[in-house]
Ligand binder design. Sequence first.
Ligand code: PMP
Length: 402
Amino acid sequence: MHNFYPADFRGQFPALQDAGVYLDSAATTLKPQCLIDATAAFYSLSAGTVHRSHYAAARELTGRYEQARTQVASWINAADPHSIVWTRGTTEAINLVAQSWLGPQLRPGDEIVVSEAEHHANLVPWLMLAQSRNAKLIKLPLAADRLPDLTMLPQLLNDKTRLLALGQMSNVTGGRPALEQAITLAHQAGAKVMIDGAQGIVHARTDVQALDIDFYAFSGHKFYGPMGIGVLYAKPELLEAMPPWHGGGKMLTRVDFDGFTVQPPPWRFEAGTPNVAGVVGLSATLDWLASIDMDAAERWSCGLADIAEEQLATLPGFRSFRASNASLLSFELAGLHHHDVVTLLAESGVALRAGQHCAQPMMQALGVSGTLRASFAPYNTLQDVEALVRALRLAVDLLGDA
Ligand code: PMP
């Protein structure tokens, strides 16, 4: 049974008991009680680690760790749980693909197409790789609607293109490119596709098989889960062909001074003691989320962003960069520096983010030095919107007089 009752949902987040208005969920979501309980129970009651010891507690933990893989696989409709690799987050997952999948096959003159809307996490790993191999990074520019211009893809993709790197949702505008169209075009050109799901995963169910995604990455902490745990999904045949990237315990089956043989995926990519607490916490979060009507929750957050945008439009110099139906609202107030504004907002107890949002090329494309960004989540309320509008009016009055 799925449902969404805003007050009940909000009640799951102890951090909201403090006075203050949290509008920075695109940076990281607050943590629900189920995650806090699961983490406390893990550290208070569990013994041992995973895949190493044979006593009952350690075996039980290994079972939970692997069961969580199955849970994540089913959340994104991956056919095989072994196509889920635990990472520290989106950034590490993308670096893993860059180092282990693209690195070994990238030749001088090869091309990587990256959208101009990307977070640095889905740009810099490709840039580093391209620079080290004399390959080329090709920009997929923004269209007038501030989404990557997919109509440019047919002319940008060619037989030298190895990869298309694209975000599921921009952390600046909340815009969602048509993944299916982009992926089809990339595949027609013989390229693989890396989808950065850091922002997208929490807003809509993602079906990696229906979309035919090659590589998909997301972070637990933007999905009501713990920090320090993330996921790389890759098609099994791609993972199978990838060499390990970190060497250490448990990624191998045999080692001596002449060499080693590696584990199959996903363990091949999980050298060292993993973040078991993170996996257990993410699993508890997914158990809870499974009971929530995520579409209704999303409508609630978008509704709040709609109201905020409408009310802020009356402020002098207000310009919105918000994509339609986005729950995050990036904006500028012409003539006022975003850092000055956000500092005053903080004094009013309103937490939001200002700056370049780790998306400098996108800032350049938008022609701004930075934006303010209020990102709404289903635990936010109309009172939060009112507090934001009040605090911004005050900031505009104060800074306007300065
Ligand atoms: N991509 C996008 C679109 C993001 O918003 C973020 C986080 N700001 C990342 C990637 C990186 O995520 P993480 O820092 O959790 O690795």
